[in-house]
Design a protein around this ligand. Structure first.
Ligand SMILES: NC(=O)c1ccc[n+]([C@@H]2O[C@H](COP(=O)([O-])OP(=O)(O)OC[C@H]3O[C@@H](n4cnc5c(N)ncnc54)[C@H](OP(=O)(O)O)[C@@H]3O)[C@@H](O)[C@H]2O)c1
Length: 260
């Protein structure tokens, strides 16, 4: 049995992770930590005896691994605190900035750290297929990424869209930062050679949809993934938690877990 701490248990993803952990026979929900002052602090998670706390050190000290679907600031703070406890980390928060990546790197010197912008096995395959397609088809096929998410998503493009852009760029031998175009508005002129367009649609309760387009003069290929339920990400995060606690300190990703 693996003892788990869930960060952000009141959030959309945190709730899914708690529900699956409570139903699991290989993971035990040991603690759950929310932001100080959050309304959920002090409440008991349904079907468990776990009370939601706001003290990270105490929550982390009760667990072998924590799962984090929160915000970049909370992710950096948790990584700093986890160093003292050598707690393994599974991080699904997206929009991670460089201070956050630095904190995760520091934690990875003493504990295994698994980071994925998307925990669905289908998306891992999508990235693999996109890279292969971009390499196979060559520069006469223009590359674009479109993603769609629910109206409450706060970052754009999504972490998965950026990963998809990276996969296309790697396949084509491009640098994503230089190639990326997310702003077509007004007299933008013709498409640049080697550009990778990335666009975000927001609305309703869409869980997450990503499409890579490879567009030639006479044909178009679309490689798409549609998540139907958030539980696909929560199940992937729990699978990553079970696996990562068996690994030595270091950084890990879905390709390490799935072998793509
Ligand atoms: N990797 C994947 O497969 C995947 C899948 C889906 C989503 N995501 C990402 O996961 C993140 C969360 O998404 P979501 O839809 O679950 O968002 P959400 O519903 O807003 O949940 C975030 C939760 O984290 C809490 N939180 C904020 N600061 C905290 C802190 N310092 N300590 C503990 N908890 C804290 C929030 O509390 P308050 O509301 O009180 O601030 C909230 O309960 C986003 O970055 C999203 O893009 C990743």
């Amino acid at each position: 049995m693996i003892d788990l701490c869930v960060l952000g248990p009141g959030g959309r993803m945190g709730q899914q992770v708690c529900d699956l952990a409570i139903a699991s026979d290989s993971v035990r929900l040991a603690s759950a930590v929310e932001r100080k002052g959050a309304p959920a602090v002090g409440s008991v998670i349904a079907s468990s005896s776990i009370s939601i706390g706001d003290a990270l050190p105490s929550g982390l000290s009760q667990a072998q691994v924590y799962i984090d679907f929160t915000s970049p600031a909370a992710t950096a703070e948790a990584a700093h605190q986890a160093i003292a406890h050598k707690t393994a980390a599974v991080v699904g928060t997206t929009g991670l900035d460089s201070p956050c990546q630095k904190a995760l790197d520091e934690l990875s010197n003493v504990a295994p750290v698994f980071v994925a912008a998307n925990f669905s096995p289908g998306v891992a395959l999508l990235l693999h297929l996109a890279k292969t397609a971009a390499a196979a088809l060559g520069s006469e096929y223009d590359l674009e990424v479109v993603e769609m998410h629910h109206r409450n998503k706060v970052d754009a493009p999504s972490g998965t869209a950026l990963a998809l852009g990276e996969a296309l760029a790697e396949g084509r031998g491009l640098n994503l930062e230089a190639a990326r175009e997310s702003n077509r508005d007004g007299q933008v002129g013709p498409r640049r050679q080697g550009e990778i367009g990335m666009f975000a649609v927001r609305g309703g309760d869409i869980v997450g949809e990503h499409t890579a387009f490879l567009i030639g003069d006479e044909e178009r290929i679309e490689i798409a993934h549609r998540a139907q339920k958030r539980s696909v990400f929560a199940a992937g995060a729990l699978r990553a938690a079970r696996w990562v606690v068996t690994q030595p300190p270091g950084r890990y990703s879905m390709s390490d877990l799935l072998g793509f």
